[in-house]
Design a protein around this ligand. Sequence first.
Ligand code: GLC
Ligand code: GLC
Length: 650
Amino acid sequence: MYEQASHSLLNDILAELKPEAGNVRLRHFYTRLGANFYAIHSLFHLLYGDRSDFKEQMASLVEKLAQRYIERAPGLRKSDLAREKDYNWFLNQKWVGMALYCDRFADDLKGLRAHLPYLQDLGVNMVHVMPVLDCPPDNSDGGYAVRDFKRIDARFGTTEDAAALAATLKKRDMLLVLDIVVNHTSDEHEWARRARKGEKKYQDYYFVFDDREIPDIYEETMPEIFPATAPGNFTWDGEMGKWVMTVFNNFQWDLNYRNPAVLIEMIDIILFWANQGADILRLDAVAFLWKKMGSVCQNEREAHLLLQLMKDCCQVTAPGVLFIAEAIVAPSEIAKYFGEDAINAKECEIAYNATFMALLWDAVATKNAVLLGQGIKSLPNKLERATWLNYVRCHDDIGLGFDDNDIRLSGYDPAQHRRFLIDYYTGRFPGSIARGLPFGENPKTGDARISGSLASLVGLESALESGNEAAIDAAINTIVLLHSMILSFGGIPLLYYGDAIGTLNSLEYLADPAKAADNRWMHRSHFDWSKAEKRHQTGTVENRIFSALKKMIALRKEITAFADFDNRQLLAMNAPHLLVFSRTDPQNSRNRVLVVGNFNDAEQTLAISALRPHGFFQQGAMKDLCSGERITVENDAVVLSPLSCYWLTD
Ligand code: GLC
Ligand code: GLC
């Protein structure tokens, strides 16, 4: 693609474009369009260049970008300009996130606004409000089966309530994260309803087939995402008399991005929510965006091109808005969602660090950090201006998404080790203290994932039941240890709403027929505000967890070495139970923190001789920021408590 061709096309499009904008200043829009158009045009051409209506489609995209720019509120435009200048703003260690369901944490959006002081008490300043858009009440997949992308579900409130929430968050210096479910719609979405009624235009928004011929070819290579509850990847629609692709639940129809109209609609939806004041958009299930026969239909190159286009378009209209990639895929694939052939992030600035999450769960079950360290070593390098979303628990199941080769290098057999982990967390392994359930068990492949709340998975539920104080201590220490890892690793930590008060599994979902078959609901319970009150009562479980996390969060925000500039060094210590890494302030290399996590339930010693070459323990003792205590050296070693974490400085 020649740049000249791009310029000339842009001139044609702009000549046609008549933004009803006599008095609106479009200067910044034109600058950004000029800077990004070559990329947008090239990508659009790669995907849709062979279509006869290519030019019209291109024009329609640019028109959407202009319309959404014109309606972007002055305050948001101002913040765009500020963030363009301070473009590394989100790499700062001051951000700490939490994901929550608006209706389960509070009743609705108004209630959520009223409960913000709880989040601020903990130190959370980035709120991922799980999907709040209009969904069918029963077939909602927790909000991920959207019926109307531009309407807040009446159960949560109105668009005004969402705007009021966004405004309040801004005043409190908190960020708003919203979901955009880019891969599929509910089967009750208007597009699906019209497709069902026979409108060809909307059938072309989906993958629709008269018979099983093509679906069967796809099925040869496509894995099943919900094998237990929604086997297969296609669903027969009686009314339409056709098969439709449904990778997730059978009521979630996959969008067909081979049709540029779909991409343009989705970019419009992205910009719509950017204009409602979202700071960050979480793009759901991005690995699935492009389907190709003969492939697993995940992580396809075109999925990346689509994301690059979405990003470039967002840069034109709402450049202050960031994307989170929700791509829970193999370690080597995840980092590609930052953007491949680029130095700076060109797709999503932020990605779920699913590998680290899964590795942490391995360390908890095995009580050692061998695979954890090995897996971190194999994490691909990030681009500049890209950062991880580090989490311990989220609303989904835990998939053991680390690499078989890393498992082998850690001395285990991959299949046996995965089996052990599933058995451990589902309580089948003799002596296991965990109380999870298997999710998505697939007898055909032997795969399974894990459901359960953080507290129940680390043994708090079983310990409270038996009244065993030592076991309660160990569970609390494990919760704190896991959080200390996501707070110090590098990236934005994302807590999950019940975890700071030790929320256990909940079985309330079993009474709801629309949820009973999906045990992810066991860790999506209603937030218990009377339990949360106990955080103020010294010595309660809630108080012990909450106050420890609150303290670490406050500390994190002060430690400049915790900002994410790829400034982590993993230190090999020949101590299998420990994870040891250093973080260094890129502006001032004397600001360093040595992070040590002991995953064993017994004391461990760490030889100082191994640390000295890295410049630690030069003066004898070091200070642990978490406890405020000095860690002294005895017999050339330091002693580390069971299930504990240290942030050490000179
Ligand atoms: C994402 C969501 C998950 C949902 C799926 C389908 O993975 O996190 O909850 O079921 O997408 O939308
Ligand atoms: C998405 C996620 C996967 C999860 C599934 C359902 O596919 O990528 O991790 O298991 O949704 O929760």
